[in-house]
Design a protein. Structure first.
Length: 201
């Protein structure tokens, strides 16, 4: 991944992001309206994120927490979010995945960012933000790159990397925002930004 710059977001940008996230939560579907009292159960999971693809279909990623390490599962809806079908799971051996985030780039490929943690005795000591790519609508995924990694001494619970967000800028570049604790103890947690000029590769 070619990194053009790294910045710490201003308060105004943070406010904009909070507003954007709120609006995304309100807009549940594109086109026909869905009554607020209607619901669709998908599965037991958490940290669900949705994205509308160029063909009008929707993808959803969420986290499942079986005994052991958590992983991500991907669903598709072809009827404006009224029903969902599972199409893929993303796992990493011995690591816990969460905070999935989807986006489709201009060439049609779909990117999936996440946080990945390696733990020992319930304490984290290896953090990464991998980005996977699918070229067949979300059915298959391959590791593309890493936004950032941070390995800390075993038993250390700080210096984590969390919650990536992906956006396409007006000029076509790919922006990634995420929570970073690598500046502890000076700062508890900062919002970091990385820019890719090669579609996240």
């Amino acid at each position: 991944m070619k990194i053009e710059n790294i910045t710490i977001l201003t308060d105004s940008t943070k406010k904009f992001l909070k507003t954007t996230i709120l609006l995304l939560c309100v807009v549940a579907a594109y086109g026909d309206s869905v009554a607020w009292n209607a619901s669709t159960d998908i599965n037991v999971g958490g940290w669900g994120r949705m994205f509308r693809l160029q063909d009008g279909h929707w993808l959803l990623v969420d986290t499942v927490y079986p005994k052991g390490s958590s992983h991500l599962q991907v669903f598709i809806s072809t009827n404006t979010c009224r029903s969902w079908s599972p199409i893929a799971s993303v796992t990493q051996p011995d690591r816990s995945l969460d905070n999935g985030e989807l986006i489709q780039i201009t060439n049609g490929a779909i990117l999936l960012a996440m946080r990945s943690v390696l733990s020992s005795n319930r304490l984290n000591y290896s953090y990464s933000l991998p980005v996977y790519q699918s070229t067949n609508g979300g059915t298959n995924w391959a590791l593309l790159s890493f936004l950032e990694t941070n390995n800390v001494p075993a038993g250390t619970t700080t210096n984590g990397l969390w919650e990536p967000i992906l956006r396409i800028l007006d000029d076509g570049r790919l922006a990634a925002l995420y929570s970073s604790e690598i500046f502890e103890p000076t700062f508890n947690q900062l919002i970091s930004e990385r820019i890719s000029t090669d579609n996240g590769a």
